[in-house]
Design a protein around this ligand. Structure first.
Ligand code: 1CP
Length: 349
C-alpha cells in the first residue's frame, strides 16, 4: 500500500490516529451527482463502463472524506455472469426472469472466469487503485443472500422457496451453495489481483435463519470460502443484517473482520465474538434522517463503547437508505468530520 491507511490499520488491530469510517451504500441516490449520472445510465451501464464506475466509486471519498472506497457494483452483477437474466426494477429491486428452482437450473449455472465475463469490473478496480488515496474494498454477495435472490427471483420477505429447497433436499442445496462458493472465491481473488485492498462479503439476508439452520446449512460453505481466500492476505469482512445471534458463528467462519448491524450494542458484539476480531459498524442508518443532536449522541455512544480496544471501523448498521427526500450529503460530511475529530482527540489523550 503506497499510503498509510487507518482502515487497514484498524483491520489489523493496529493503533490508529483516528477511527476510520466508511458507509455501506456511500455511493447512491442521496448524491445529486449520482442522480445526474443515473438520469443518463442504468446501474448496469455504470458498472460496465470503467470510467463511470471509477467516477461513482470515487465521489464519496472526495465528497465525504471517508477512509475507504467501496467498488460501485451490485451483488447481482456476478449472478448475471453465472447465466441468469436479471434487471433492477425501480422501487422493487432485483428481478430474475429465469429463477433457480431445479437441479437442471443449478447445473446450468456457470462458475465463470472473471477476466472473461466481467473484465470491466477488473478494469474499474485497476483505474481506482492507481488513483485513490484510500484503500478500495471489493465485494460480493455471500451464498445464502445470492441463493435467495436466485431462487425467489425477487426481493423476499419470508424466503419460503429458499428455505423449502434448503430443508427438502440438502444435497441439492449444498451443490448450489458450493457452486456459489466457488464463484465467490474466483471473483474475490480476481478483485484482489486487480487491486482491491479488502473484500467484504454481504450476507444481507442470512439473519432470517435460526442459529441451528445457519450452522447446518451455511457455515460449512462459509468456512470453505474464507479458507480459500485466506492467502490473498487482505482483510475479509463478513456482514449481515439481524445477525446478533449469529455473531459467534460468524466468528467461526474464518472472516477476519465482522460487520455488526445496529440492533446489537457494539460492546456486546465485541464481547460475544472476542476482542481478537476487529469489528465494523453499527449506527442505525435511519438516524441519518434524525436531528443532528440525536445522530451525534448515538455516534458518540458507539465510539465510546468500542474504541477503547484496537480494531474498530465505524460504519452504518446497514446501507444508506434511499428515501425522498434523501439523506443530506451535508449530514454524512458532518458525521465523518465529527468521528475523525472526536476520536483523534480521544486517542491522543
Ligand atoms: O439504480 C439504483 O441506483 C438503485 C439503487 C442501487 C444501488 C445504488 C442498487 C439496486 N444497487 C446499488 C449499488 C450497490 N449495491 C452497492 C454500491 C456500493 C456502495 O455501497 O456504495 C453495493 C455494495 C450493493 C450491494 C447490494 N445490492 C446488496 C448488499 C448490501 C445491502 O444493502 O444489503 C444487496 C442486498 C443488493 C441488492 C439490491 N440492489 C439494488 C437494490 C435496491 C437492492 C436491494 C433490494 C432488496 O431489498 O432485496
Amino acid at each position: 500500500m503506497p499510503f498509510e491507511s487507518t482502515f487497514l490499520q484498524a483491520c489489523a488491530r493496529q493503533p490508529v490516529p483516528h477511527i476510520p469510517v466508511w458507509y455501506m451504500r456511500q455511493a447512491g441516490r442521496y448524491q445529486p451527482e449520482y442522480r445526474a449520472i443515473r438520469e443518463k445510465y442504468t446501474l448496469v451501464e455504470i458498472c460496465r463502463q470503467p470510467e463511470l464506475c471509477y467516477e461513482v466509486t470515487k465521489l464519496p471519498v472526495t465528497q465525504l472524506g471517508v477512509d475507504a472506497a467501496i467498488l460501485f457494483s451490485d451483488i447481482m452483477i456476478p449472478i448475471g455472469a453465472m447465466g441468469l437474466d436479471f434487471e433492477i426494477k425501480e422501487s422493487v429491486g432485483p428481478l430474475i426472469a429465469n429463477p433457480v428452482r431445479s437441479k437442471a437450473d443449478i447445473d446450468r449455472l456457470q462458475v465463470f472466469d472473471p477476466e472473461e465475463k466481467l473484465p470491466h469490473v477488473l478494469r474499474s478496480i485497476e483505474l481506482l487503485k492507481n488513483d485513490l488515496t484510500v484503500p478500495l474494498i471489493g465485494f460480493t454477495g455471500a451464498p445464502f443472500t445470492l441463493a435467495s435472490y436466485m431462487i425467489e427471483g425477487r426481493p423476499s420477505r419470508n424466503y419460503i422457496r429458499t428455505k423449502q429447497l434448503m430443508w427438502s433436499d440438502k444435497t441439492l442445496w449444498k451443490s448450489l451453495l458450493d457452486k456459489l462458493g466457488a464463484m465467490i472465491v474466483r471473483y474475490a481473488k480476481a478483485q484482489v489481483a486487480a487491486g482491491a485492498a479488502a473484500i467484504q462479503l454481504f450476507d444481507s439476508w442470512v439473519g432470517n435463519l435460526s442459529v441451528a439452520d445457519y450452522r447446518e446449512y451455511i457455515l460449512p460453505t462459509m468456512k470453505d470460502i474464507f479458507s480459500a481466500l485466506k492467502d490473498t492476505g487482505v482483510p475479509l469482512i463478513y456482514f449481515g443484517v439481524q445477525t446478533g445471534e449469529l455473531l459467534t458463528s460468524f466468528a467461526e467462519t474464518g472472516a477476519t473482520v465482522i460487520g455488526v448491524d445496529w440492533r446489537v450494542p457494539i460492546r456486546s458484539a465485541r464481547e460475544r465474538i472476542g476482542y481478537e476480531f476487529p469489528v465494523q459498524g453499527n449506527l442505525d442508518p435511519i438516524l441519518l434522517f434524525a436531528p443532528w443532536e440525536a445522530l451525534e449522541r448515538r455516534t458518540r455512544e458507539i465510539l465510546d463503547e468500542s474504541m477503547d480496544k484496537p480494531g474498530f471501523i465505524f460504519n452504518l448498521g446497514h446501507g444508506v437508505t434511499h428515501n425522498d427526500p434523501p439523506v443530506a450529503v451535508e449530514t454524512l460530511q458532518r458525521l465523518t468530520e465529527f468521528i475523525h475529530n472526536y476520536t483523534s482527540d480521544k486517542l491522543r489523550r
